[in-house]
Design a protein around this ligand. Structure first.
Ligand code: TPP
Length: 339
C-alpha cells in the first residue's frame, strides 16, 4: 500500500500543490471555527458511540473537515447540498444547530427529524440540506433534481452533491453526470476521495487512469484538489459555483482526503498502512490551516485557542442537551409513515 496514482494530484503523499491564495471574501476565522466545530462534534460522537449511546452505526468525518467546509462555505444561502453516510460535517457547515443534530444522532425527540433519522438520514430542508444518505450515491440524483427544479423556477440556486470514492462505480453517478451535462444543470459533483470504501482500498476496485476522468468523459470540467486544504477546496468550489450560476452547467471536483477513524466508529482499521496514516495525519487540515493563519498574521495562537475553547464548550452543551432529551413518545411511532 502507498500513495495511489489515483490520489496523486492533491493531498498528502503526492507532489505538493501550490498553496491556494486567499480570496477577498474569505472569512478565514469562520472557516477555521467551522472545521474545529466539526472535529470536536465528531470526536464527541465517537465517545458516545463507544458508550453505546448512538443507536445504529455512525460514520465520522474527522480528517475531512476541509472538504466539508471549503465547499459549503463557498455557497450562498438557499443553495442545496445532498450528503452521504459520513455527513455530520456537511450538516454543521450548512448551519444545523449542533444541539438538535446531536439529539437526532442519539434518536431523541427534539432532533432535527424528530429522532427518526439518526445519523444517516438527517434532512434539514430549511437550510437546503437534502439529507445525509445511507445509500451509496443516493444523494446524487437528489442534487441533480434540486438543480433542475431551481433552474425551472428561475430562482438561481445551485446544488452540490457529495459522494465518496465508493460511489464512483455506481450507475447513478454516471446517469446523473450525463443528464446534468446534456441539460447544463447548475450542479457541482464533489467526490470526497478518502482512499477507502468500507474496508477496501479505492484503487483495488476502481478502473481507469484517474478519478477526475469520470467527469471528463461527459465533457464536465473536472479538477482534483488537495482536500486537506480548505482554501484549495473553496477556490475550486467558487469557480464551479460561478459556472453553475451563469448557466454553464455542471462541474466535478475531486477532493483527495482522509478519514481518521475507520469506516464506522469502532472499526479498528487494520486494513490501513501505518506509513500512509502518518503521512495523511501530518497534513491535518486544522493544524495546517492554523499554521497558515498564524504565519499570515491573520490570527494569533491565543485567538485560535480561544476559538477552540468556545467550540469545546458549545459541543459539551449540545451533548448534554441531547443526552438529557426524551426519546420520541411511543404513541408517535407511526407518525410520518406513509402507506
Ligand atoms: C448502494 C449501496 N451499496 C452498498 C452499501 C454498503 N456501504 C455502505 S458505506 C459503503 C462504502 C462507501 O465508501 P465511500 O463512498 O468511499 O465512502 P467512505 O465511507 O469512504 O466515506 C458501502 C459499500 C450501501 N450503503 N449502499
Amino acid at each position: 500500500m502507498g500513495a495511489s496514482p489515483k490520489r496523486a494530484a492533491g493531498g498528502a503523499g503526492s507532489k505538493k500543490a501550490p498553496p491556494a491564495a486567499q480570496d477577498a471574501a474569505e472569512d478565514c476565522l469562520g472557516l477555521y471555527r467551522t472545521m474545529v466545530l466539526i472535529r470536536h462534534f465528531e470526536e464527541s460522537m465517537r465517545r458516545l458511540a463507544a458508550a453505546g449511546e448512538t443507536p445504529g452505526l455512525v460514520h465520522l468525518c474527522s480528517g475531512q473537515e476541509a472538504t466539508n467546509v471549503g465547499v459549503i462555505l463557498a455557497l450562498r444561502e438557499g443553495d442545496y447540498i445532498a450528503s452521504h453516510h459520513r455527513g455530520h460535517g456537511h450538516c454543521i457547515a450548512k448551519g444545523a444547530p449542533i444541539d438538535l443534530l446531536a439529539a437526532e444522532i442519539l434518536g431523541k425527540a427534539p432532533g432535527i427529524c424528530g429522532g427518526r433519522s439518526g445519523s444517516m438520514h438527517v434532512v434539514d430542508l430549511p437550510r437546503g440540506n437534502l439529507g445525509t444518505n445511507g445509500i451509496v450515491g443516493g444523494g446524487i440524483p437528489l442534487a441533480a433534481g434540486a438543480a433542475l427544479a431551481a433552474r425551472a423556477r428561475g430562482t438561481g440556486e445551485i446544488a452540490v452533491c457529495f459522494f465518496g470514492d465508493g460511489a464512483l462505480n455506481q450507475g447513478l453517478l454516471h446517469e446523473c453526470m450525463n443528464m446534468a451535462a446534456i441539460w447544463s444543470l447548475p450542479v457541482v459533483f464533489v467526490c470526497e476521495n478518502n482512499g477507502y470504501g468500507e474496508f477496501t482500498a479505492m484503487e483495488d476496485v476502481t478502473a481507469g487512469e484517474s478519478v477526475q476522468a469520470r467527469g471528463e468523459v461527459f465533457g464536465i470540467p473536472s479538477v482534483t484538489v488537495d482536500g486537506m486544504n480548505v482554501r484549495a477546496v473553496r477556490a475550486a468550489t467558487l469557480a464551479a459555483a460561478q459556472r453553475a450560476r451563469i448557466g454553464e452547467g455542471p462541474s466535478f471536483i475531486v477532493c483527495n482526503t482522509w478519514r481518521y477513524g475507520g469506516h464506522h466508529a469502532g472499526d479498528k482499521q487494520d486494513y490501513k498502512d501505518d506509513e500512509e496514516t502518518k503521512r495523511w495525519e501530518a497534513a491535518d487540515p486544522l493544524i495546517t490551516f492554523a499554521k497558515t493563519l498564524v504565519d499570515e498574521k491573520r490570527a494569533s495562537r491565543d485567538e485560535l485557542a480561544a476559538i477552540e475553547a468556545e467550540v469545546v464548550a458549545r459541543v459539551k452543551a449540545a451533548v448534554a442537551f441531547a443526552r438529557a432529551a426524551p426519546q420520541p413518545a411511543i404513541e408517535t411511532l407511526e407518525a410520518h409513515v406513509h402507506g
